[in-house]
Design a protein around this ligand. Structure first.
Ligand code: CP
Length: 309
């Protein structure tokens, strides 16, 4: 297997193509290995799972992954029950917990919080999402899902739909695709929720990108449509959110004109943007995508193994 030299998982931009491929290969290995053959990998390892923001999938799939590998979990799902509530700084919280645990998985509302945590932690830090910035482990499971479905990532045509301004999953995906060849990304968003300019500029030399506000414009060219939720929690003005929250609602009616083999992905949770009538359809890949979080997160935990190189 190809090597892996990362000390922390903070940003997908820290990953080379080789690193990404190493994680995907290890995840494939994890997926086919029964629990009884991998339940000593994290023996005697304690993983702190610290969620300062709500989560269902990221937190529970990390906890499941730790359990499957024979480790133990400490942490909180609500910062309101931690001493953050009393005003303790993130740096102090992390310094202390890195003395208790062998790895730290953290979600925080502040962009850059994971990088700060990694700087002060004695143990590897895994970013489970920092504000509107990055969600690298989601991206790795997204890439794993694409690879599994299409047997490749190079040459894929993907539409990113919805809240491209605040959506951390699509920000990380843009940087990840820049490592691959001939990926075409179609950014589909209303003007007020377009992909940030700095991300477009950072990835411009490596991915072919087109922008539109119309779903139908590039739909027939897509292998995958990656839909996202409008990120209510990031809006300063609630009225602005109310105006735009239902800008795209996908259903059987507006997904007729798609390629054979077309798939619909979504990091979840879905609020209104995909009708439930699509949940059982062949094109809906989002539940399988969420399940892929387990082998991918098992792979990451096993590769870091509590060692800050
Ligand atoms: N995809 C994702 O990050 O889901 P959660 O917010 O439920 O963790």
């Amino acid at each position: 297997m190809v090597g892996f030299n990362l000390r922390d998982i903070v940003s997908i931009s820290d990953f080379s193509r080789k690193d990404i491929e190493a994680v995907l290969a290890k995840a494939a290995d994890m997926e086919k290995t029964p629990k009884s053959k991998k339940d000593t990998i994290l023996k005697d390892k304690n993983v702190a799972v610290l969620f300062f923001e709500p989560s269902t999938r990221t937190r529970l799939s990390f906890e499941t992954a730790v359990n499957n590998l024979g480790g133990s979990v400490i942490g909180f799902a609500d910062a309101g029950v931690s001493s953050t509530k009393k005003g303790e700084s993130l740096s102090h919280t992390i310094k202390v917990i890195s003395g208790y645990a062998d790895m730290i998985v953290m979600r925080h509302s502040v962009e850059g919080a994971a990088r700060r945590a990694a700087e002060v932690s004695k143990k590897p830090v895994i970013n489970g999402g920092d504000g509107a910035n990055q969600h690298p482990t989601q991206t790795l499971l997204d890439l794993y899902t694409i690879k599994k479905q299409f047997k490749k990532i190079d040459g894929i045509n993907i539409g990113l739909l919805g809240d491209l301004k605040y959506g951390r999953t699509v920000h990380s995906l843009m940087y990840a695709f820049a490592n691959f060849k001939n990926v075409k990304v179609y950014c589909i968003a209303p003007d007020s929720l377009k992909m940030p300019k700095n991300i477009i500029e950072d990835t411009a030399g490596n991915i072919e990108m087109k922008e539109t506000s119309k779903l139908e414009e590039f739909l027939p060219e897509l292998d995958v449509l990656y839909a996202t939720r409008i990120q209510k929690e990031r809006f300063v003005d609630e009225f602005e959110y109310e105006q735009i929250k239902n800008v795209f609602i996908l259903g059987k009616d507006n997904l007729k004109n798609v390629k054979k083999g077309f798939r619909l992905m979504h990091p979840l949770p879905i609020v209104n943007e995909i009708k439930t009538e699509l949940d059982g359809s062949e094109m809906a890949l989002y539940f399988e995508q969420a399940e892929n979080g387990i082998p991918v997160r098992e792979a990451l935990l096993a590769m870091l193994k509590g060692v800050k190189k």
